[in-house]
Design a protein around this ligand. Structure first.
Ligand code: GLN
Length: 538
């Protein structure tokens, strides 16, 4: 058995209590005390990965360096810890069953009846322990998606029960619950928490620590009551009060001594007080900005902000780096057209056109880009946003009115964005995109090279279509340059305009790599350009 310690985080009462943020905050505190920590998420749905899920269902699909399409919580883990995650950090029920069924087909179970216990739970267990066995981490935090009591969560909770038995004091379980406030009674209520813990106990798991999400501070009397009913120590009843920003949560958890309680229970030394100086400086700047800019985010999932989670956070990081409050205006691309674009985008200091798939809202994105280009407004296009910039330039500068991507217009003569040859053979949907980290050479003297301050970068991808090199010369002759090229496939990764204050489109997703410690240079410089623009306005 490995020497790593394991922490399991389950949730009760309702979803959306912030398990991901609590897990990331605890990990941050343990890391700040000198421990090597990682976090993984086990999701109880049957999809093999969230790559095929509509953002309306599940928010953004996050992508790791090694090309895993994952739950958006992994983005929080990376942003808080500044350590990359991988394929192994996100596992779904679909993946577990796929592995077990494949093994069954290979005859690996030697004629046995294949069952949830032990075969599915063994596979869950194997994957839960995997990262701890690499020797890279001292503590592995496992967040279990869903809510205790869901049919789908049962095999996971059962595996936690088995592991608690096998690992003894090398593991512990944290249960997140809700303490609702009943306005009519003027009281915080503990009963849902008691019920939730009872549901866990029925499955054989006694939580060691309860993290109680609440809108109002919980009194010591309430803590004692919860401790009494749920068989935990009073100091293991942790308050998780609503915070102004998710970046406050590590500090709040520190005040509640969550890290201390965890380390004591795992019989690990406290080492030193958490080193949170940088984090506090970040928070200070976040809360006390000196400047302000207004950025328009043009996308088609505007109703659901989780669909652009990493972009939102990368903008926050970049704002802090510039000591600037970024007021983000969410603009629905379907609601923009040639006639209203001026009135809708008026007053913005920068325009970011978001990634996406499919036809919906595409013309609105193109109109927004034309507006940014013609009015010298800083423009940042990400993935589909970059592709739209290429289409816009093709139509309005090169005069090809049918310029389009073959994703939306398969038979256009000016397929300026086209399907990559090697992708044509693929008929399956899941995991068939250009995914994960690819290298990119930056052209000397370009804006991109200046932004990054180096000549070779690598960034994460998630797309099928590419700039069509057949048209590159026309574009460059007319003023749109390819300033970043993937050396292996000669693929255009970055386009930019020379005669514009800041016009950059990237085929990759820089937002996935932005962290509190390392805000992404493209976002930082985009916000800087928007600040310059805002000074021109006044
Ligand atoms: N739909 C485009 C493609 O597949 C862009 C994808 C994206 O924006 N992530 O190439």
């Amino acid at each position: 058995m490995s020497a790593a310690k394991y922490i399991f985080v389950t949730g009760g009462v309702t979803s959306s209590l912030g398990k991901g943020i609590i897990s990331a905050s605890l990990a941050k505190l343990l890391q700040a005390r000198g421990y090597k920590v990682t976090i993984q998420k086990f999701d109880p749905y049957i999809n093999v990965d969230p790559g095929t899920l509509n953002p309306y269902e599940h928010g953004e699909c996050y992508v790791t360096n090694d090309g895993a399409e994952t739950d958006l919580d992994l983005g929080h883990y990376e942003r808080f810890l500044n350590v990359p995650t991988s394929q192994a950090n996100n596992v779904t029920t679909g993946r577990i069953y796929q592995t077990v069924i494949n093994k069954e087909r290979e005859g690996a179970f030697l004629g046995k009846t294949v069952q949830i216990i032990p075969h599915i739970t063994d596979e869950i267990k194997r994957r839960m322990l995997l990262l701890g066995e690499t020797g890279e981490y001292e503590i592995v935090i496992t967040e279990i998606g869903g809510t205790v009591g869901d049919i789908e969560s049962l095999p996971y909770v059962e595996t936690v029960r088995q592991l608690k038995w096998e690992l003894g004091s090398s593991c512990l379980s944290i249960h997140l619950t809700l303490i609702p406030y009943l306005a009519a009674a003027g009281e915080l209520k503990t009963k849902p928490t008691q019920h939730s813990v009872k549901a866990l106990l029925e499955l054989g798991v006694q939580p060691d620590i309860l993290v109680c999400r609440t809108e109002h501070s919980i009194t010591s009397e309430i803590r004692r009551k919860i401790a009494l009913f749920c068989n935990v120590n009073v100091n293991a009843v942790i308050e998780s009060i609503d915070a102004e920003t998710i970046y406050d949560v590590p500090i709040l958890m520190y005040k509640e001594q969550l890290d201390k309680v965890v380390l004591n229970k795992l019989k690990l030394p406290l080492q030193h007080e958490p080193e949170l100086e940088q984090w506090k400086i970040f928070l200070g700047k976040l809360k006390n900005p000196v400047n302000e800019v207004k950025i328009g985010l043009v996308g088609k999932y505007i109703e659901l902000k989780d669909a652009y989670k990493s972009i939102n956070e990368a903008i926050i990081h970049a704002g802090v780096a510039n000591e600037c409050r970024v007021k983000l205006e969410w603009i629905h691309s379907e609601k923009i057209d040639k006639e209203n674009v001026q009135s809708r985008l008026n007053g913005l200091n920068g325009i970011l056109v978001a990634p996406g798939f499919g036809d919906r809202g595409i013309e609105g994105k193109i109109s927004a880009i034309q507006y940014a280009r013609e009015n010298n407004i800083p423009f940042f296009g990400i993935c589909l946003g970059m592709q739209c910039a290429v289409i816009e330039f093709g139509r309005n500068i090169l005069g090809w009115t049918d310029a389009h991507s073959t994703e939306m217009s398969p038979n256009t003569k000016h397929a300026v964005i086209d399907f990559m040859e090697e992708q044509k053979k693929i008929t399956k949907k899941g995991g068939t995109m250009r995914l994960g980290e690819y290298s990119c050479n930056l052209v000397k003297g370009s804006r991109a090279a200046a932004v990054y301050g180096k000549s070779k970068i690598s960034e994460r991808h998630r797309h099928r279509y590419e700039f069509n090199n057949k048209f590159l010369k026309d574009y460059e002759d007319a003023g749109m340059f390819a300033s970043g090229i993937n050396p292996d496939g000669n693929l255009v990764e970055i386009v930019e305009l020379k005669n514009h204050p800041w016009f950059v489109g990237v085929q990759f997703h820089p937002e996935y790599k932005s962290t509190v410690e390392n805000p992404h240079p493209l976002f930082v410089k985009f916000i800087r350009a928007a600040m310059d623009k805002s000074k021109q306005v006044v």
